[in-house]
Design a binder for this molecule. Structure first.
Ligand code: SER
Length: 579
């Protein structure tokens, strides 16, 4: 049995419900491009919402982190990875969490106790030393010398704001050397495998820390790293998760892994991630913004490294690798099988596009690099004319020991954007959204807008997507025509009327079937669990939704449509603000 199955079985046996992995592109959270941790889709439930599956949950979650994209190529970095997690939502706390982690590691994975070391929170002026965790680890047979106390590394928060708390991290001694008596977290032979966060606080934008209404546990264990450890390899790409993909790349290129590790790892990693992005229900396509830009960079960088290995770019090398990835993972993620053709098309089309200019672009790069460091203008020219993502130019330059004037690039980029008026906001934004008060208001406003459109335009209007920022809301809906001024005005009036009526927003839990029969609106029925949350606003709106929402509509202010435009065939887009 593999690690994922062992993990889920174990936590189910401890009363946890397995929840499905969320898509890699978060829904209704515009502040991050991808899910970066298992806990991310659970944020509303770690703060105030009640989870329909109960208070003990476990899962394996697809995650993508792109801040280290350029590091991929070494033994341990990946852009896509899976995170195992178990959660207590106001149920058990430190003692049970630690005891179960210990039991899983030592009795299910058979890791010898001597190979384990842990860190715990040392205490500061706000939060005391974590005596409970210390005592628990001691009682399980972890010697005092194997318990390290730190402040910085033992407080976990996803970004600047959000649910947070002290944690205890579990390390494994990954070396043939004799196991030392003393655990030093700075010693690289010790690697972190599991993080148990005791989430009892919330940090707001002003940096103020308050207690959450309930004490939660959030744990995370990386599948790639732990699998490599269990299999005794010190290069993740040699574990069973990657081995057959690497072997396939060796076959395609007729080259051995040894000596070509960097390019092979990049190809394996980037194609795997591209497969998961392209297969996601969000329908991402390569582009120059947001997730589409990451997808583009991944595919183009993989192509460049395939070229380094002398692979015939026109052949189906990329589809062969994608196919292998799909075969390996389809048991766990249905969308891979369902969207196999979409994935192939994305790879194929992007390759055709890039291939047209790649050769000429590389020549152009060689030409401009003769004069030394690459000027901003030249980098922009490579981007604009030859489709070289900036990062690709940087990587090529680095290989020659040259620098790229990125500031100059962005200046040119901005000039160009202003010219073509396609400025897209928040493109490179990272970090995690705490659902702020404003965003919560906008969220409720999308439900009202949806209901108003149905009344004014057609009962066949359905939501196709939404995106909320602190500044505005965006709402995509099915509709076969451009809204008339009268329609827009009526929609606005209706929403404002409902706001003035100060309608109560009621949250209910019910069986999915019952919710649908009662006429509740929902976007993707198959994506919801059997028990769903329904938000009802007065008698005007009823939708399946995870929240969060305001308690009554009166707090929304004044609703104003700022733009109505086409989004794609048969889909219109409204942008609106609350004032
Ligand atoms: N949120 C913590 C982490 O990402 C534990 O799941 O490490």
């Amino acid at each position: 049995m593999n690690l994922k199955d062992l993990y889920i079985d174990f936590f189910v046996s401890k009363g946890h419900k397995q929840i499905p992995s969320s898509p890699v592109v978060p829904e209704n959270d515009p502040s991050v491009l991808f899910n970066t941790a298992g806990m991310q889709p659970l944020i509303p439930y770690l703060t105030k919402e009640k989870h329909p599956y109960g208070t003990r949950l476990c899962d394996y979650q697809k995650c993508i982190r792109t801040n280290d994209l350029e590091e991929v190529g070494d033994k341990t970095h990946h852009t896509f990875f899976e995170m195992l997690g178990n959660w207590s939502l106001g149920d058990y706390f430190k003692e049970e969490s630690i005891a179960w982690s210990f039991e899983f590691l030592t009795t299910i994975l058979h890791i010898p106790v001597e190979r384990l070391g842990v860190t715990i929170f040392a205490g500061n002026e706000d939060i005391p030393f974590d005596q409970t965790s210390f005592d628990k680890w001691r009682s399980l047979g972890i010697s005092e010398k194997k318990i390290a106390k730190t402040v910085e590394d033992n407080f976990w928060i996803a970004s600047d704001t959000g649910p947070c708390g002290s944690d205890t991290e579990i390390f494994y001694f990954r070396s043939e050397d004799e196991i030392p008596d003393f655990f030093d977290p700075e010693d690289e032979r010790w690697v972190e495998i599991w993080n148990n966060v005791f989430m009892e606080f919330y940090k707001d934008k002003e940096g103020k820390i308050t207690s959450l209404p309930k004490k939660n546990v959030d744990t995370g264990m990386g599948v790639e790293r732990t699998t490599a450890i269990l299999e005794g390899v010190n290069d993740n790409y040699l574990s069973s998760l990657w081995k057959d993909i690497i072997v396939l790349i060796e076959e395609i290129s007729s080259l051995p892994y040894e000596g070509n590790e960097k390019s092979m790892r990049i190809i394996a990693d980037h194609i795997r991630t591209a497969v998961f992005i392209a297969a996601d229900p969000a329908g991402i396509k390569p582009s120059n913004t947001d997730q589409g830009y990451i997808l583009r960079r991944l595919i183009r960088r993989a192509i460049r490294h395939a070229r380094v290995l002398g692979i015939q770019i026109d052949s189906d090398w990329d589809l062969q690798i994608a196919n292998k990835v799909i075969e390996k993972y389809k048991k766990y993620y249905n969308e891979l099988e369902e969207n196999r053709q979409i994935v192939f098309d994305v790879l194929q089309n992007e390759k055709i596009k890039f291939n047209k200019t790649l050769e000429k672009g590389l020549k152009e790069f060689m030409r401009v690099s003769k004069d030394g460091d690459i000027k901003g203008e030249a980098a922009f020219h490579l981007f604009d004319t030859f489709g070289f993502p900036l990062e690709l130019t940087i990587e090529l330059a680095l290989e020659l020991g040259l620098k790229v004037d990125t500031e100059g690039f962005y200046e040119k980029f901005k000039e160009h954007q202003e010219k073509s008026r396609t400025a897209s906001s928040g493109k490179f934004k990272g970090g995690l959204a705490g659902n702020s008060e404003v965003e919560t208001k906008y969220h409720t406003a999308t439900h009202l807008l949806n209901a108003a459109l149905k009344q004014v335009v057609s009962k066949d209007v359905h939501q196709k997507g939404s995106n909320i920022t602190e500044e505005r809301m965006r709402f995509d809906f099915s509709c076969d025509h451009k809204l008339t001024d009268i329609e827009k005005e009526k929609v606005e009036q209706l929403v404002n009327e409902w706001i003035r009526e100060d309608l109560p927003v009621i949250r209910q839990e019910m069986e999915k079937q019952e919710a649908i029969q009662s006429g509740a609106e929902c976007m993707f029925i198959e994506k919801y669990p059997d028990i769903v949350t329904v938000y009802k606003i007065g008698d005007v709106s009823k939708e399946l939704c995870g929240g969060p929402h305001v308690e009554h509509t009166g707090v929304l202010g004044e609703f104003k449509i700022t733009k109505e435009e086409a989004s794609s065939a048969g889909v219109r887009r409204i942008k609106a603000v609350l004032k």
